[in-house]
Design a protein. Structure first.
Length: 148
């Protein structure tokens, strides 16, 4: 979890009717939740239909030196009226960590003249797994993959 706590970008995968969909997202982690933001669209509608998702975060220095972590979890949309505390917490965390988190989706819809409802959501982490490869300094040889 230490690697994920430092990471702010990853790829979210969701599935609907047996078809996968993967998109980059920005996020912040607190406790066992990823907090993120989106505008209405394909990813949100798919996660509303099937709330089982995963997030992949990685750090790649070279083909011989990398780290990847996959977190499986459940999507939860925070309704502004019904769940104000969670909605406000997601907004606050995202704002404090990256004040431009809304730009990619917001600029796209603004340029198209589309008004779109903001969606703050969380992914409750259920399991985490990962692998890494690295070059030991003593031998210069590439190690095998190691689980986190």
């Amino acid at each position: 979890m230490a690697f994920l706590s430092k990471t702010r970008m990853g790829r979210l995968s969701c599935v609907l009717e047996g078809r996968p969909y993967t998109v980059p997202i920005s996020f912040i982690i607190e406790d066992d939740w990823f907090y993120s933001f989106s505008l209405e669209g394909k990813k949100i509608s798919w996660m509303r239909e099937n709330n089982s998702v995963c997030i992949l975060a990685d750090e790649i220095s070279s083909p011989q030196q990398w780290r990847t972590v996959i977190a499986n979890g459940q999507f939860k949309e925070f309704d502004q009226a019904a769940e104000w505390a969670k909605y406000a917490r997601a907004w606050s965390l995202l704002q404090s960590s990256n004040a431009t988190y809304w730009l990619p989706g917001g600029l796209k819809t603004a340029a198209a003249g589309v008004q779109n409802k903001p969606v703050y959501y969380g992914i409750r982490i259920e399991s985490v797994s990962g692998r890494e490869a690295y070059l030991p300094t003593e031998t210069g040889l590439v190690s095998g993959m190691h689980p986190h």
